[in-house]
Structures are given as C-alpha cells and as structure tokens.
Design a protein around this ligand. Structure first.
Ligand code: PPS
Length: 214
C-alpha cells in the first residue's frame, strides 16, 4: 500500500500554488526502493526525518509491538543473535531501523543533503516550538507555530497543543505515544549503545549535526 502511494503520484491530492502537500510514512526512510520511487515521482520533494537515540527507539519499537503481541519474547532475546558472544541481531527491525547512517546512504544516492531536514526526537519533546521553528523555516513558511501553541502536560509527561486547529480544547497525542517502556537490563542497553556508536558517528558526520546520543 505504502509503495503504491509513492509510485502512483496521481493518488496524491491536487495542490494549489499556495499549498504544500505533506505525506507521513515513517517506513519510507528504511525502505530500499523508496528513494528511487520518490525521485521518479518528484525529485524536488523536501524530506523531513525525525530521529531519536536508536537505543531508546528500539525499546520504543519493542514496546509498541508488545502492546499488540503480549506473548512477544523478551527485548534481550530479540536483540541478540547470540547472547554468549553478544552479537546483535541486525535483522530484527527494531535494531535495523536505528542504523540511520545506512538508510541515509541509500537516500543520498538520489537526493542531496540540502533536501533533508533532520528533526531531533529528543528536542521535539524538550523544545517543541524550537524544532517546529526549524521545520517551518525549512519549508519556507512563516513561523506560525510558536511556543504560544504548546504547554507541558504533567499527566501525559509530554508537551501538548493548547488549541489545535478547529478545536477550542487542548489536545495531547494519543495513548500509543509516550507509553512507559519496560525495564531493560543496563548491560543490554550498554551493548546496544556500543553497537550503534560508529553508526551514530557516521550519521553525525553525514548530516553535520551531533544529536548527542552518546
Ligand atoms: N508531545 C509528545 N507527546 C507524546 N509523545 C511524544 C511527543 N513528542 C514526542 N513523542 C514521542 O513520540 C514517540 C512516538 O512516535 P512514533 O515515531 O513511534 O510515531 S509513529 O508511530 O512512527 O508515527 C513516543 O515514543 P514512546 O515514548 O516510546 O511512546 C514519544 O516519546
């Protein structure tokens, strides 16, 4: 389905001169054929990628799958191909997706770096208005969304919108965003952190931006 959407440009809504069409599919970033297909469809497309610490991302991904499949094996058993040697299972999608440098390499074969904006998932939580400012600048929009639009909701533990479009009431993201994560042994997290370090360094180098994950 997702691939059909990208391939069949005519399925995208028609856009007036004054409008921007946006499409959000997280899996495009990690889909091998996506850059080629998007390039064929529209080589002038601007690309926004939200990235967070790949270790936390893996745990978040696992938490999401666990909520749908309660009988899922432990995070630890899925992380390691061989627990004695500590060999990481890079075929597990929760691990593979966080190797951002590899995915970006695939995209850079078609799109120059100037077409990308990398949004920090961490800063999106600590400074949503700041990150949204960067997004609006990148898209060539007036800075309409500012800190006036956000407040920190203590119960949710995340920033929420004071007054979303078409509503008079504040709104937080849904229950599936910002769920508590299961406790994972510090040794497993450390091993994963070591695994990602060289890929993170490469990613910082490629993007010219240190995301501070180490
Ligand atoms: N404002 C606000 N409210 C709630 N959650 C927030 C917010 N900003 C960022 N986040 C983080 O977004 C994470 C979920 O986003 P995903 O990338 O998994 O979403 S998506 O399913 O790919 O669309 C989600 O991850 P988890 O904490 O693991 O649930 C959040 O940490």
């Amino acid at each position: 389905m997702q691939e059909d959407r990208i391939e069949a440009g005519n399925l995208m809504p028609r856009t007036l001169e004054s409008q921007i069409t946006m499409e959000k599919t997280p899996s495009y970033f990690v889909t091998k054929e996506a850059p080629r297909r998007l390039f064929a469809l529209s080589r002038h497309t601007k690309l926004i990628v939200v990235v967070r610490d790949p270790v936390t991302r893996a745990v978040s991904d696992y938490t999401q799958t666990l909520s749908k499949q309660p009988g899922l094996p432990s995070f630890q058993s899925l992380t390691f191909r061989n627990s004695t040697t500590g060999l990481i299972d890079t075929s597990w999608s929760a691990v593979r997706i966080g190797i951002y440098a590899k995915h970006l390499e695939n995209w850079l074969r078609y799109f120059p770096l100037s077409k990308f904006l990398f949004v920090s998932g961490e800063r999106l939580v600590t400074d949503p208005a700041g990150e949204m400012g960067r997004v609006q600048d990148f898209l060539g929009l007036k800075r309409v969304v500012t800190d006036k639009h956000f407040y920190f909701n203590q119960t949710k533990g995340f920033p929420c919108l004071k007054k979303p479009e078409g509503s008079t009431r504040p709104r937080c993201l849904g229950k599936s965003k910002g769920r508590p994560h299961p406790q994972i042994s510090p040794e497993v997290l450390l091993r994963l952190r070591e695994f990602y370090r060289p890929f993170n360094m490469k990613f910082y180098q490629m993007t010219g931006h240190d995301f501070g994950w180490d």
